[in-house]
Design a binder for this molecule. Structure first.
Ligand code: MG
Length: 378
């Protein structure tokens, strides 16, 4: 099948707002394709394989990690982008990079690091993802970071506090912090990645949650959205059970959510009357679920929050994870390790936060064990 024509509101690499350091164009790749390639070759990207999504990496071989999560977001994002005529390469670049700034141990790690950094500017994983691609990757002779296009960087910075946006704006006027200060929306491709992220983690956390035994299929069936597809799966395949029933229900749910986004977004774009990519910025969020699917997705998210993310076993692991991050932070501030790099203008605490955020789960666990003599994860 020939690729569909790009939508007039799609991001066009020929119209990119460019890179912070000028570079000659690549002979065979667009700027967004080049960004995607740089991300795949980065050190931070490879580390995602050993970073927690919900389950710690060593808890099982078959659960999602940040890497497989990012690949699923890219797949869903590209699939929707293709139907809508949005720029698939930009979507893929943003999706693959969106979690690069995650600490070890998922949100527990980030919360602990934010607590440690409270008096030193805080720690926020979206901002850290941007910091990874702007500053922390050391691959090129002429500049720090990966020198990505504005559009890719803008998509990576999904949320940003006002204080952080002001700091970014001071450093880069009218840059990626600007939209948070004036209440504008990012590109449609960036909006799509946010939604693809939500679709991906809701679905794969149901999958991992049930296969881990922490939640049951019967429990998930109390969520109307899931129940609908469970019934459809059973209707089409009477007697189906176990993993195949779980997978088939999730597959149907994912497809329905993808089609819902495509239809609702097409309608929202048509209703908005927006006719130019720049006008997208003033039109609110156009890449969306229908109101019914929005409510259904929110209910599934609540279910996962109460039954999986707050499951006593997950909470106990995450308490240990917080302790590892806190202990390592205190240790490294007192005694900076040889491998720690402190960049000009950064506080010693920021250098430690960068160092810890870059760790994989297992590296952090073994560093903690080595220094404390205690094993918190057996
Ligand atoms: Mg994500």
């Amino acid at each position: 099948m020939l690729p569909a024509a790009l939508h007039p509101l799609a991001a066009d690499p020929a119209q990119t707002r460019g890179r912070r350091f000028a570079e000659a164009p690549a002979p065979t790749r667009s700027d967004f394709q080049r960004d995607r390639d740089r991300i795949v070759h980065s050190t931070a990207f490879r580390r995602l394989v050993y970073k927690t999504q919900v389950f710690l990496n060593h808890e099982g071989d078959l659960f999602r990690t940040r890497l497989t999560h990012s690949l699923e977001v890219a797949q869903l994002g590209r699939s929707i982008a293709r139907s809508l005529g949005l720029n698939e390469d930009l979507v893929e670049a943003i999706a693959l990079a969106h979690d690069l700034g995650h600490t070890p141990f998922g949100h527990a790690g980030q919360d602990a690091l934010h607590d440690c950094m409270r008096a030193h500017g805080g720690f926020e994983h979206n901002l850290q993802s941007l910091r990874v691609v702007d500053v922390l990757e050391e691959r090129y002779p002429a500049f720090d970071g990966l020198n990505l296009c504005f559009e890719t960087r803008e998509g990576i910075l999904k949320h940003c506090s006002r204080a952080n946006a002001q700091a970014l704006e001071a450093d880069e006027p009218h840059g990626v912090g600007h939209r948070f200060l004036v209440g504008e929306s990012p590109s449609l491709e960036a909006q799509l990645c946010n939604l693809a992220d939500e679709i991906a983690y809701n679905a794969h956390d149901v999958d991992d949650g049930v296969r881990s035994g922490l939640i049951t299929l019967e429990q998930v069936a109390s969520v109307p959205l899931f129940d609908r597809f469970l019934r459809l799966a059973l209707q089409a395949h009477p007697g189906l059970n176990g993993r195949r029933l779980l997978f088939e229900s999730i597959r149907l749910m994912l497809s329905a959510q993808v089609y819902d986004v495509i239809d609702a977004t097409r309608a929202a774009i048509a209703d908005s009357g927006v006719d130019h990519p720049q006008a997208v910025r003033h039109a609110g969020v156009l890449v969306r679920f229908s109101p019914d699917m929005r409510a259904d997705s929110a209910a599934l998210k609540q279910f996962l929050l109460h039954n999986l993310y707050r499951h006593p076993q997950v909470v106990a692991t995450m308490d240990s994870a917080r302790r590892v991050v806190r202990d390592l932070f205190a240790l490294y501030v007192a005694e900076p390790p040889a491998a720690l790099t402190r960049r000009d203008g950064d506080s010693p605490e920021r250098a430690v936060a960068d160092y810890i955020a870059g760790m994989t789960d297992r590296y952090a666990i073994s560093a903690h064990q080595q220094h404390s003599g205690q094993s918190l994860f057996d």
